[in-house]
Design a binder for this molecule. Sequence first.
Ligand code: ASP
Ligand code: MG
Length: 421
Amino acid sequence: MKVYKFGGASVKDASGIRNLAKIVTEESDNLVIVVSAFGKTTNALEKVLKARLNGEAGYADLLNEVYIEHLSVITDLFGQGSEAKGKIDFSFALLRDYLLSSLIGKYDFEYDQVVSYGEIWSTTIVAEYLKKNFQYGDWCDIREILLTDDRYRDANVLWSESAKRIKSTFDFSKGRIYVTQGFIGGTTTGHTTTLGREGSDYTAAILGNILDAECVVVWKDVPGILNADPKWIPEAQKLEEISYREAVEMSFSGAKVIHPKTIKPLHNKNIPLYVRSFLTPEEKGTVIKVDAILRKIMPVFIKKEDQILISILPKDFSFVMGDNLSRIFHSFISHGIRVNLVEASAVSIDVCVDDERPKVDSLILDLKEEYSAVYNENIEMLSIRHYTPEARELIIKGREILIEQRTRSTVRFVVRKETGL
Ligand code: ASP
Ligand code: MG
């Protein structure tokens, strides 16, 4: 069996769903299809929730816009009065009722209860379409089988219980294709959780691991994994194969192709991951696998935007590397801030992190009790794997470099954002 994952861009309209159907019907193997919310639905639902929690009555209109978008896809696919419409109407009514009730108000919890509907709607419509036209496509509610802890918005999978349920659910006794949701899961007490933004790739990897898939295929609107974002470097080229290690390094450095958690479950079972284009499904795309050969070693360029560079100095001029180091990193962890790069000298340490303001502000306050802590904003982190002098020149020409770090395979620069002059 294989796991196919379709992201929001692939199912943003009726023609996207017809294209999905064409791709999955041309596959002869058994399939579990993991689908994200349509297009920008997740963002739209985030706005609905924010408005609702701020007590703005306009949240209902925002939700109605999302409803109208789904309805127009349904009408295009099924005409008037379909079973799909009945199911979607019912599900929207549940969400409207939920939003009318007195929410418990914990943001992360409410986020998961509300935003998860996007995946329920998209998969319901996709499954109905497959069933009506091809007599298969069993819809499965993953919240009952992909169990997680209750760390809302960033839930951890409970692997052994999930494995039991997932294996017995996806046994292909009902047909060749199952359709299920990416990104969401459920606690043992029946509450919905999510795995972090863009988490459906991770869902596909979890299912691939548990079901011992022959491969996982992520269908995107790009021809595969490129060696740079073409909006940044127009000469970007496709990578044919890369190793799991390379993929992890790329996503750690900020490449947005694959959700960072995706690789481990596949690596652990040696399952190849294909990144292919739903626009040109006849093409091979990129494969991530264990014995990948970088046929031609190409530099890979990665940009991480919206960074802050924090500089920390012990007030008493003591060495930073001793006890201070553990105290400092403990603060980062306890504020939930991921460290992207560290550069230490004898008496100071510079740390590059994502610009997540309220969190960073409270971290700085905390550090200031014992240290002098200042930060630079409008920072970017640029990395080149397999760097060459030409590659370096290409991206840092004329830019102010605050930090440069190199290993044998990677060079990283912390630079100020270009002002666009
Ligand atoms: N729909 C979710 C998001 O946009 C999950 C995903 O697409 O992977 O973040
Ligand atoms: Mg999405």
